[in-house]
Design a protein around this ligand. Structure first.
Ligand code: FES
Ligand SMILES: [Fe+2]
Length: 321
């Protein structure tokens, strides 16, 4: 599972990490997050090296995480700095925690299991003409690759999102292209007829779709409705692979809609994703089969490109060979 560790993984909304420790699970491992004395977010295994207790059940005192069992304390670098039963004892390095770096981007905290683990790009983040907000997290009983593949899928709109992103009278897909990029691939030339493509649309419209897969667990969708001149949606999907069959999902929205309230934008995206969620959670096998076990048609071009990309990237978590 070394490939998976070369990418940063989104774990928590940045404002959600306050004075208390928070437990998260990434790639099947339990971690505890807290803020050290300088306010820097820290991550370590959620397991006390003394007797294996969950540190996330403890508390944070002056930036040190305190184990709930015997009160051992660990500083932001993971050093054990206090063993209350033996005040004169200076704990050796072996009593400490192996910590991991966290970074903050797109309103989220990202876990770097390896020093060079990279963040997925989202160029719309820097565009001052777009309003940004996050929707989520959603806890989904599906593997991360199933969720990304669903995000790239155009042929389900008329069924799963009927009356919103699609309609049974417009289920035919035009040809579209996929091309590799340095980080993943792009699917362009896609078009969908959508009764209600975004919160501000007042009538059905053809909508140009462009997808860019920016890492094995993230993709950016750019939507340009033909009937709303100047309107643009860029939606980044960020998925945390919690374990092989569970995921935590965020949407980072960057939009030209400055009229709707945050709640109205979230409600729209929530409606769409909660239409997808039961379908995602029903899929078997839960791990995405990369080579065999499912049948395909020409409309599955983006799905085929995604599975090929995962195979070529050496991904083994949340997939079947
Ligand atoms: S188990 Fe954590 S201090 Fe003993
Ligand atoms: Fe969908």
């Amino acid at each position: 599972m070394t490939t998976e560790r070369r990418f940063a993984h989104p774990v928590l909304d940045a404002p959600a990490l306050g004075d208390a420790p928070v437990a998260v699970r990434v790639l099947g491992d339990d971690l505890v997050l807290w803020r050290d004395a300088a306010g820097t977010p820290r991550a370590a295994p959620d397991r006390c090296p003394h007797r294996g207790t969950r540190l996330s059940l403890g508390r944070v005192c002056e930036g040190q995480i305190e184990c709930p069992y015997h009160g051992w304390r660990f500083d932001g670098a993971g050093r054990c700095v206090s063993v209350p039963a033996l005040p004169a004892f200076v704990p050796p390095d072996s009593h400490g925690l192996a910590t991991h770096r966290l970074s903050e981007a797109h309103g989220l905290l990202w876990l770097h299991l390896e020093a060079e683990a990279r963040l997925p790009s989202f160029t719309a983040e820097a565009d001052p003409k777009l309003r940004k907000l996050n929707v989520g997290p959603y806890e989904v009983a599906a593997s991360a690759p199933r969720i990304v593949e669903n995000f790239l899928d155009l042929a389900h709109f008329g069924f799963v999102h009927e009356g919103w992103l699609g309609d049974r009278a417009h289920t035919v897909l035009d040809d579209y292209r996929t091309e590799p990029t340095a980080a993943g691939f792009v699917a362009s030339g896609c078009r969908a007829w959508q009764p209600q493509s975004n919160r501000l649309s007042s009538e059905g419209s053809w909508v140009d779709y462009r997808y860019e897969v920016t890492s094995p667990w993230s993709a950016v969708l750019t939507k340009l409705p033909e009937k709303q001149d100047g309107y643009r949606d860029e939606i980044a999907l960020f998925v945390c692979p919690v374990d092989e069959e569970h995921s935590r999902v965020w949407f980072r929205m960057a939009l030209t809609d400055f009229d709707s309230s945050d709640e109205q934008i979230r409600a729209f995206q929530h409606t769409i994703f909660t239409q997808d969620q039961p379908v995602l959670e029903s899929q078997r096998p839960k791990r995405l089969p990369l080579s065999s076990g499912e049948v395909h048609c020409a409309a599955d071009r983006s799905s085929a490109a995604y599975r090929r990309f995962l195979r070529e990237s050496g991904i083994t978590f949340g997939v079947l060979p």
